[in-house]
Design a protein around this ligand. Structure first.
Ligand code: NAD
Ligand code: TYD
Length: 351
């Protein structure tokens, strides 16, 4: 094996796409997926590659320093791609401590294990931290987030991610660790847990249930197809200079209400419903506390320096995503019923 990479959070939405991409495209890398399998972690997301010879799964909590230190000492990884996190803003409003533990403490535990393992070898190792555009706070009607925009997080989720970004950069600046950070806009695509806007809306429209739109639906997000994010991570991992940051985004801003209307239109078509039928499910509900108005990413540095641009349009990506959810009803049923959590016990009980 040329390289051993620990990918954290590989059983989650984005992590599973990154793991799949690396396992398939780099047969000379050994990919170790480290995941606690919280409610958001689902090994069914990786069933197509779970038996590949260059893939291993390790169940564990990144907050547990003894466990993480032992894992690093045993595995001697060459790199970490860190995606494990609590990722849902609404959950962070209900339970901020979980976010501090996993996103802040967990990141520092990983950094420290990497530091202990890699001392004197920083030129041959890399810590890649996957972060969000939400650290930059909110925009008014104009402007975009660039890599030099000041941090101004508002939710417990974005505050915890901002803190973790600072720690990663501190390990680069203080200890000389080769670390890179990327901040990406909202992702969508297959294997997305149906608590987030797009998969939740697809699931509810399909079942003829109300589609909850927070406030007036005027908030704007910049959406990127998850496989384009995974490709950007691949490019940055291989090409970025130590200590650099890249913003990743699709130049694709949508008001929530317009996005939901487009989704209703696609679903009417796919389900053979009369045009306008699904829109009747739209239900305006109480706004999220501290709801950021607008996110928009300027990804021109990534394009200019590393040549990355999104591969598909939003309309195409959304249609593919709807098709995937309609074709994967068993996955959706298992996730919404909690059944998928039994999979680990069944699969790994005797290993
Ligand atoms: P997700 O919630 O779908 O998955 C998170 C994964 O981390 C799960 O598999 C979970 O089991 C694992 N995990 C959670 N706590 C853990 C712990 N203590 N130890 C080990 N594993 C743990 O998240 P996602 O949407 O795939 O996001 C992945 C990363 O990308 C996060 O760091 C997130 O902040 C970032 N990000 C997400 C988006 C987005 O739109 N979803 C956008 C930009 C950046
Ligand atoms: P979400 O998918 O939770 O991502 P984030 O908050 O990290 O951007 O939400 C996307 C947008 O959709 C956000 O403005 C909140 C809004 N939203 C709704 O209107 N209804 C919902 O049921 C959810 C989950 C989100």
């Amino acid at each position: 094996m040329q390289k051993k990479i620990i990918i954290t959070g590989g059983a989650g939405f984005i992590g599973s796409h990154v793991v799949r991409r690396f396992v398939k495209n780099y047969p000379n890398y050994l990919i170790v997926n480290l995941d606690k399998l919280t409610y958001a972690g689902n090994l069914a997301n990786l069933r197509d590659i779970e038996n590949e010879p260059n893939y291993e799964f390790v169940k564990g909590d990144i907050v547990d320093a003894d466990f993480v230190n032992e894992l690093f000492a045993a595995e001697q990884p060459d790199a970490v791609i860190h995606l494990a996190a609590e990722s849902h803003v609404d959950r962070s409003i209900t339970n901020p401590i979980d976010f501090v533990m996993t996103n802040v403490v967990g990141t520092v535990v990983l950094l420290n294990a990497a530091r202990n393992t890699w001392k004197g070898r920083y030129d041959q190792t890399r810590f890649y931290h996957v972060s969000t555009d939400e650290v930059y706070g909110t925009l008014g009607e104009d402007g975009m987030f660039t890599e030099t925009t000041g941090y101004d997080p508002h939710s417990p989720y974005s505050a915890s991610k901002a803190s973790s970004d600072h720690f990663v950069r501190a390990y680069h600046d203080t200890y000389g660790m080769d670390a890179v950070v990327s901040n990406c806009s909202n992702n969508y695509g297959s294997f997305h847990f149906p608590e987030k806007l797009i998969p939740l809306a697809i699931n509810n429209i399909k079942q003829n249930k109300p589609v909850p739109v927070y406030g007036k639906g005027e908030n704007i997000r910049d959406w990127l197809w998850v496989e384009d994010h995974a490709r950007a991570i691949d490019v940055i991992f291989h090409k970025a200079k130590a200590g650099t940051t890249y913003n990743i985004g699709g130049h694709n801003e949508w008001k929530n209400i317009d996005l939901i209307r487009l989704l209703c239109h696609i679903m009417d078509k796919k389900l053979g419903r009369r045009e306008g039928e699904s829109e009747k499910l739209i239900t305006f509900v109480t706004d999220r506390a501290g709801h950021d108005l607008r996110y928009a990413i300027d990804a021109s540095k990534l394009k200019a320096e590393l040549g990355w641009v999104p591969s598909i349009t939003f309309e195409e990506g959304l249609e593919r995503t709807v098709d995937w959810y309609l074709a994967n009803q068993v996955w959706l049923n298992d996730v919404t019923s909690g059944h998928y959590q039994q999979y680990y016990n069944e699969q790994y009980a005797n290993r």
